[in-house]
Design a binder for this molecule. Sequence first.
Ligand SMILES: Cc1cc2nc3c(=O)[nH]c(=O)nc-3n(C[C@H](O)[C@H](O)[C@H](O)COP(=O)(O)OP(=O)(O)OC[C@H]3O[C@@H](n4cnc5c(N)ncnc54)[C@H](O)[C@@H]3O)c2cc1C
Length: 571
Amino acid sequence: MREMQADILILGSGGAGLFAALHAYDRNPGLRIVLATKGLIGKCGCSRMVQGGYNAVLDPRDSFELHFRDTIKGGAFLNNQELAWTLVTDAPERVRELELKVGCFFDRREDGFIHQKPFAGQSFDRTVHRGDLTGIEIIARLTDQVFARDIAVLEECRGVDLLTTTEGDRVVGAVLLDMRSGELLAVNSKAVILATGGAASMYKIAAPSFDKTGDGMAMALRAGAVFIDMEMVQFHPTGLLAGDSRLSGSVLEEGLRGAGGRLYNALGERFMERYDPVRLERSTRDMVARAGYLEIMAGRGTPAGGVLLDMTHLGAEFVERQFPGMVERVRDIGKDLAREPVEVSPTAHFMMGGVKIDRDCYTNLAGLFVAGEDAGGTHGANRLGGNGIAESTVFGARAGDAAADFAVQTPLRPASPARLAEIEKRTLAPLLRAEGENVYGIRDELKVLMWEKVGVVRNGRDLELARGRLYELMERAMQIGVRARGSRRYNLEWNEALNVINWITVAQAVAEAAILRTESRGSHYRSDFPETDNERWLCNIHLVRNPDGSLRSWTEPVKLTRLRPEDVGQN
Ligand SMILES: Cc1cc2nc3c(=O)[nH]c(=O)nc-3n(C[C@H](O)[C@H](O)[C@H](O)COP(=O)(O)OP(=O)(O)OC[C@H]3O[C@@H](n4cnc5c(N)ncnc54)[C@H](O)[C@@H]3O)c2cc1C
């Protein structure tokens, strides 16, 4: 196996990975920084897909306290309040850095002040944006900045597993797979920053970019990192339904409902009248997603398994003017959003849970830093729109700073040769099996299982069933045989085998935590426990994976360091 040495290895090039690289370099330009990313830098991940924008307190009439309160209320009080406070107080600094140092142009008001638009769940209009292409602006300029520095970039090069010392007390790098050549590469580094963007793509209908398959979370689970809130998966109510098209699951933005869009089931009923007669389609994201899901599951969905989003009563000219991006997206599947109802379904969007971190992205494993969607705690039980890209840039920057300091103080230590050999063997195994399970079959079974049993509406019986099936699927995944064994170069089937094992690894943690939380809170809805139970469940579920693959769990009360439910009348 080829070997390489670095001070800091960063996995992922979304908002978190790119900010980490810039901050680590600027903190100490003498450091050897390697950034490896599964996609093409500037083109992959979900940060680039951010349309809505970035929440930050900039207007003197707004305040940190208001943004913080919105974030905690949105998160149903499950948030780590110190992480949420850090998000809120660092975000304005990052927006200024994005404008003044990185070179982003955000929309401005006539008086020259940055324009901030309203977003759901916010008590003040604080969402900074560049039209509806905010993510492209941020990621393109950040990418330019990375190229302008002496940072080694490895594209289409995926992290496979973390390396540890022989004593197992430190993370000291990672094994990478160069997807272009099929070669494995061992990077021995003082610090690793994981920023691979979560695993919501494990569901049948999902919004994230295709390069994200839970790799970072699975790597961290296998290495013994502590996770929290894994049951908390956010579903967006209006994902496009387009059969086998790659656009299936992609988000039709919340503004459509905000502007008056209506939802109908296949019987022509405006079903939100039954679920939230006051707010109707303008109800919260989790409520509308749940309502649509229940309609579909009750057999009142369309033949393709969706409900209908109707904008026609608002007038074609209005819809085309207000939502050009959405009209174009729908046109790509041959439909006309301005003139006909369009099939939609809830779509898996974001994971609030992840690796437990502190304010500087340290984890329980020395040498491992985690930022962005791979980390848990900031958003609690539900993320507010606009807080995702803020999280990845705020904590990416902090991870870069902290890892740079750590790398200066820490000598490079060698990786355990036994672990290296074991990772190599495990990674190559699917390629060496002449006969074996079919990767695509297992993948499709997994996604349907997660959708139906660990999805928008959950119950104890289905979750138990899913847990059992996930262990069976994992056993089968360990027997996958790649049929296209001729070459390791760009071997998509082999890569999918690695993806599937990672998805199942993370799915097991989601199912386990969902079984444990016998209440409903935020995005976690249990039909057998429909009420929120602050008496018993104002706590975070922690999970760690044992070496045999089983999961150990415990709960810890949420530390209500700054705000309590009774302060906002929610006890
Ligand atoms: C459609 C959509 C719209 C959204 N709109 C908004 C919005 O308006 N406002 C908002 O705040 N949030 C929004 N979000 C959420 C937001 O995109 C995320 O919170 C944020 O981008 C996560 O950043 P990240 O850096 O953690 O991950 P990402 O930006 O997703 O980056 C992950 C990176 O990891 C790489 N990677 C994956 N696996 C590996 C591996 N094994 N090895 C190396 N690299 C790997 C990927 O290639 C990618 O470069 C939206 C999400 C979606 C899906």
